[in-house]
Design a protein around this ligand. Structure first.
Ligand code: 7TS
Length: 410
């Protein structure tokens, strides 16, 4: 099967220094993009330039390089807001998706009362489960989970049953990091709003793969991480609708997030700074802005199209190997570029180790979704997750390496 070559992957790969090296004397085939993405030289250079040329703190100095740093940091906010079609005031920088979701559980949690309900799904990453679970324990809230159907999608009839006027928050993963399922978040937003609940999207696995328009999705909050979209670690985003953020209490207190402080009383800075206490991750924000520039230049629509082709190719290739069981929806249009699978009779860690010897990086394990593993009746899976710099040749090599593993364990 030939795929339509929407992107010039050969040229794109030249931007990624990591692909120039060998691993176990073989070219690196990086198929663990669900965990983190590789970084183009444009991102690395932007961060180096900051340290080499204008390293200083933001929002305080009146001298030249501090003004440059402040401008670059605010520009990073502007670019991020524009990337997801939000307003400048609606984008808060955090450490990552995990922190964004914890921020929400903490701040929204303050307004919840015993008996209130939170609805999640059975396919959540621990980051979108544990913070709500702990909040529910502290406050006597009920947690409900939308079931998964046999074809690995959310059971929307069940969602309609459990999302009621008692529900205060619905928080759902956009693209599952295990099943790859793309969830109907627009429909869920409407359902949540009809019942007076807030709707949160965990966008950790969608941000690099799908064009995101938060206004069109009509979500109240959208969380993601910079490191999964070509940016550095240590920077993430929480988008929130302006009128909601305005009424929420801050998460962390300290410098920068205040307007005026007296010994007994303080008032808060304007958005988004109200939610950014202390010296922020300036370098990382600058790296994230460079990543966004890069993604925009490649074009998110083209990335989506190319990855859909690649995923179709991979699904077909893997399903044709006897003894390989793939989890998740069977149509590439219903799923992101994540494929979890098991090889009959071989532990996922052993498969991953053999693949590593062939230069192939995949993840083996529970993927921070233990309850989902229990539902699937497995302790773990192997997971190959693709990005727009991956190729069909790499998928062919993955298939060969799986067959090699089957030979070894015969
Ligand atoms: N939500 C989802 C759906 C994720 O896939 C991840 C990370 C997170 C939240 C947390 O993001 P973080 O940047 O705060 O860590 N997922 C994975 C993964 O699948 N393999 O490694 C990390």
């Amino acid at each position: 099967m030939l795929i339509k070559q929407t992107l010039d992957t050969k040229k794109i790969r030249e931007d990624f220094p990591i692909f120039k090296q060998l691993t176990h004397n073989k070219p690196l085939i990086y198929l663990d993009n669900g965990a983190t993405s590789q970084k183009p030289v444009q991102v690395i250079d932007a961060m180096n330039r900051f340290y080499n040329e204008y390293n200083s703190n933001v929002h305080r100095g009146v001298y030249k390089i501090s003004e440059l740093a402040t401008h670059a940091y605010e520009e990073a906010h502007r670019k991020t807001a524009d990337f997801i079609k939000a307003e400048f005031e609606e984008v808060i920088f955090t450490k990552g998706t995990t922190e964004s979701l914890n921020l929400l559980a903490y701040t929204l949690g303050r307004t919840l009362k015993q008996g209130d309900e939170i609805v999640l799904s059975q396919m959540e990453h621990h980051s979108n489960l544990v913070p709500w679970q702990q909040l529910a324990k502290q406050k006597g809230l009920a947690l409900k989970f939308i079931r998964i159907t046999k074809d690995y999608k959310l059971d929307m009839a069940h969602a309609r049953e459990i999302i009621t006027p008692k529900t205060k928050i619905v928080s759902i993963v956009h693209v599952s990091n295990v099943l790859g399922t793309i969830n109907p978040v627009k429909e869920l937003a409407a359902l949540a709003h009809k019942n007076g609940a807030l709707f949160v999207i965990d966008g950790a696995q969608s941000i690099q793969h799908l064009p995101i328009n938060v206004k069109e999705l009509d979500c109240d909050f959208f969380a993601f991480s910079g490191h999964k979209m070509l940016g550095p670690t240590g920077i993430g985003v929480l988008y929130g609708k302006r009128h909601l953020l305005e009424h929420m209490e801050p998460f962390l207190y300290g410098g920068d997030m205040i307007s005026e402080v007296q010994f007994e009383h303080s008032t808060w800075n304007e958005l988004p700074w109200k939610f950014e206490a202390g010296t922020p991750n300036i370098t990382e924000a600058i790296g994230l802005a460079a990543a966004i520039d890069y993604l925009k230049e490649i074009n998110m629509e083209h990335i989506k199209e190319y990855e859909e082709e690649l995923t179709t190719y991979a699904l077909e290739t893997l399903s044709n190997i006897k003894g390989v069981r793939v989890y998740g929806p069977t149509e590439a249009g219903d799923r992101g570029s994540v494929i979890a699978f098991n090889v009959e009779g071989i532990h996922p860690h052993d498969v991953s180790t053999i693949l590593d010897r062939e230069g192939i990086a995949v993840r083996g394990g529970h993927h921070c979704a233990m309850p989902l593993m229990n539902l699937l009746g497995v302790t773990g899976t192997v997971r190959a997750s693709f990005s727009f710099y991956n190729t069909t040749e790499e998928i062919d090599k993955l298939a060969q390496a799986i067959k090699k593993a089957q030979e070894v364990f015969k």
